[in-house]
Design a protein around this ligand. Structure first.
Ligand SMILES: NC(=O)c1ccc[n+]([C@@H]2O[C@H](COP(=O)([O-])OP(=O)(O)OC[C@H]3O[C@@H](n4cnc5c(N)ncnc54)[C@H](O)[C@@H]3O)[C@@H](O)[C@H]2O)c1
Length: 325
């Protein structure tokens, strides 16, 4: 009888949990943007660069890539940091590396090379980790490489940062760490249920940073940019974002390909609205140990985007609508 009662209680709890899950409500923002009294970004950057304290030493990974090169540039030229710029040039280009930085070619998957980097160029106050192979759709087909390059290498870097006394680790995660959320628009508090290896690796790295903060006290700031565009963007990789793909197709005199009717909307953010925010973040105490979306609130349909790209590149608007996979 006792066993039966226990079993009934167990089933009741299960049913209650299932009912709660079915009624998952929209997440509530933990802060009110209208109450934000942060100073304008430019004055914050000017204030940081004018501080009399010794120059910060920072490591920027992925510095030959798109966002990393802009972060390295803002850190070196606007914030006055001493920047060690790292990249393995697998997806980036030397021409992107800002001149006022010390460039070191390192494959972050190689532990001994990362150890040597810290031994020879550290200690660092901050690490900005932007290196990754960021091809979300392709990540299903390069699972091992995705986890080695985007997760294992990140964890290795976090270890070195902890051991090297880094004060804040800035990491670019992704909207891919959310999967297909039940409620839109997504906010920082939206539950994360990634659906592909790229998003899973990003979420795991976010969680590892939280664990490292709990265990070793190293601060972090996580950013989740989305569809960033601008100079130095890699437009040759057909697995990357829509603007680059469209530009590449126009340059090859091809129609711009759109899955479905193109009415699906996305937010597209210009690099100058993103890189300075990432760069200055560790200098803002309230930003520490938080995760942020960074980019526009605006929405553009993919079809309208193709019109804008054609207009900007001064070519006739030509699209090919493809069936959704
Ligand atoms: N561009 C976007 O819209 C966007 C959106 C969300 C998240 N992100 C994230 O922001 C970061 C930067 O993205 P991006 O668009 O500048 O990409 P990018 O490809 O232009 O830059 C990434 C750089 O990392 C380097 N790299 C890759 N693996 C490396 C390794 N093992 N060792 C050393 N260097 C390595 C590449 O050579 C490349 O230069 C990535 O972490 C990406 O996941 C970007």
């Amino acid at each position: 009888m006792k066993v039966l009662r226990l079993w009934c209680a167990f089933v009741a709890v299960l049913l209650l949990c299932a009912a709660c899950a079915a009624q998952e409500t929209a997440p509530v923002p933990s802060w009110d943007a209208t109450q934000c009294n942060a100073p304008p970004l430019d004055s914050l950057i000017a204030e940081v660069s004018a501080r009399p304290e010794p120059k910060k030493r920072v490591l920027v990974t992925g510095a030959a890539g798109f966002i990393g090169s802009h972060v390295a540039e803002v850190c070196a030229t606007r914030l006055g940091f001493h920047v060690v710029a790292v990249d393995d040039l697998s997806g980036g280009f030397m021409r992107n590396v800002p001149s006022k930085t010390t460039f070191v070619k390192v494959d972050l998957q190689v532990l001994s090379a990362v150890e040597q980097l810290f031994a020879e160029h550290g200690p660092f106050d901050y690490v900005y980790h932007l290196a990754a192979y960021a091809a979300e759709g392709l990540s299903h087909f390069i699972r091992g490489f995705n986890y080695r390059n985007n997760l294992q290498a990140t964890v290795q870097l976090i270890n070195q940062a902890v051991m090297g006394g880094v004060k804040c680790f800035v990491f670019t995660s992704s909207i891919a760490s959310f999967g297909s959320p039940k409620f839109l628009p997504m906010i920082e508090e939206t539950p994360q249920h990634p659906e592909d290896p790229y998003g899973i690796a990003k979420l795991a790295a976010e969680l590892d940073l939280k664990a490292a903060k709990e265990m070793f006290g190293m601060d972090f700031v996580v950013f989740r940019p989305h569809n960033v565009y601008g100079p130095r963007q890699n437009i040759a990789d057909k697995f990357r974002n829509a603007i680059g793909i469209f530009m590449n197709q126009v340059l090859h005199d091809l129609p711009m390909t759109i899955f479905g009717d193109g009415k699906q909307t996305r937010g597209f953010s210009y690099i100058d609205d993103v890189a300075p925010v990432i760069s200055v973040a560790p200098e803002v105490p309230k930003a520490r140990n938080q995760a942020f979306f960074v980019g526009t609130d605006g929405q553009t349909s993919v079809y309208d985007l193709s019109i804008l790209v054609a207009r900007a590149m001064e070519v006739p608007h030509r699209v090919q609508l493809l069936d959704k996979a």
